[in-house]
Write a protein that binds this ligand. Structure first.
Ligand code: PLP
Length: 370
């Protein structure tokens, strides 16, 4: 810190860097002076928000001088009804991101160990560092599958939490029901599992599980869900956790009272009942993924079959150059370097025209720039 003052920040901050988000559309618009930017970088819903959510927000605007419901009663009730659970098994958060922090604040003491798979979503490390806990990374195997033996082998008496992301961001690979079941059965009793199922609604594999069955069966599992992906409400910030009533009772103690704003609450509740928007989103995602797969095959690029709304493609040593060249054409994707995958790009599935523009630009760059 500034030498003039004798103030100091917590030691753990030395291990932390601010989150690096996908470049916002407005920023690239300003930089390039282009009006038409295509953003395939943050796994958002290319169809936009649920129309029912938009209506609910519009009709609630005149109430925003009131504090939101601190207990998010209606949303928890709607979720509980839909999933045949009880409202006391849900905690609503300011996006899935906040849920990760709440889990960290509930369970982690300095020096505790948190097992995270690598590469995966970076916020688990943020939560662990925030609490002064130690990250124990376990690499995915060479096909980006979960290495369960390595995860079990990494568990010690200090392991408090294991974060598993399925479908995994950025690889799109997943953890099968049998494998998760086996893991839960062999883990020692002092370990909590955070199963991040942010992309669960996109998963089509018959042996996929969103983990709720294990919550119902009484395992110490917290399932993370978000309204940012399939429901298209990333800008409103609303996610939730599902676990046993006992776990949720503890997590509520670290939650700020008004963590989920009033518009997010009504929008999420309405989006839950918008089956048509979900159906159209899934349809567009399935078609868009096939469009990307086919294009990558034609370009001779290998990719990982994805259970999410994004595809990880292997480009080779030119990946960064291609990422930058796409950017100059107004197309934002994610460079794999942020996950230590410098030969890869992660492409969020857009709608058809967006995917086509991206594919044409890729093909063009590959032919002319190399
Ligand atoms: C795997 C995963 N979990 C959680 C989140 C958090 O989403 P949000 O905070 O928008 O709900 C994301 C967002 O990209 C994600 O990829």
């Amino acid at each position: 810190m500034n030498d003039t003052f004798n103030i100091r920040v917590r030691d753990t901050l030395q291990k932390m860097t601010p989150y690096s988000p996908g470049k916002p559309i407005w920023e690239l618009q300003n930089e390039l002076g282009l009006s038409n930017i295509i953003k395939l970088a943050s796994n958002e819903n290319p169809l936009g928000p649920s129309p029912k959510a938009l209506e609910a927000v519009a009709s609630s605007l005149s109430d925003i001088h009131r504090y939101p419901d601190a207990s998010t009663t209606r949303l928890r009730q709607a979720l509980a009804t839909g999933l045949e659970m009880i409202p006391e098994q849900f905690i609503i958060s300011n996006g899935g991101d906040e849920l990760i922090t709440l889990v960290a604040e509930t369970f982690l003491e300095p020096g505790d160990e948190v097992i995270v798979c690598s590469p995966s979503f970076s916020e688990y490390e943020f939560g662990a560092h925030l609490m002064g806990a130690t990250i124990v990374p376990v690499a995915l195997d060479e096909s980006f599958r979960f290495d369960i033996d390595a995860i079990v082998g990494a568990v010690t008496a200090r392991t408090r939490l294991i974060c598993l992301c399925s479908p995994n961001n950025p690889t799109g690979t997943y953890l099968s029901k049998d494998v998760l079941h086996h893991l839960l059965d062999v883990l020692p009793k002092h370990v909590v599992i955070l199963l991040d199922a942010a992309y669960s609604q996109f998963a089509t594999a018959s042996d996929y599980t969103n983990g709720l069955e294990f919550v119902r069966a009484g395992y110490p599992v917290i399932v993370l869900q978000t309204f940012s992906k399939i429901y298209g409400l990333a800008g409103l910030r609303v996610g939730y956790g599902v676990a046993s009533e006992t776990i949720i009772q503890q997590m509520i103690k670290v939650k700020e009272p008004f963590n989920v704003n009033a518009l997010a609450q009504v929008a999420a509740t309405a989006a839950l009942h918008d089956a048509e928007h979900v159906r159209l989103t899934l349809e567009a995602n399935t078609k868009g993924k096939l469009q990307l797969y086919q294009a990558f095959q034609e370009m001779g690029l290998s990719f990982v079959e994805s259970m999410g709304n994004f595809v990880l493609v292997e480009i080779g040593a030119e990946a960064k150059h291609i990422y930058e060249a796409l950017m100059t054409r107004g197309i934002i994707v994610r460079f794999g370097g942020i996950w230590n995958l410098p030969c890869h790009l992660r492409i969020s599935v857009g709608y058809r025209e967006e995917n086509s523009t991206f594919i044409q630009a890729m093909a063009d760059i590959l032919t002319h720039d190399n």
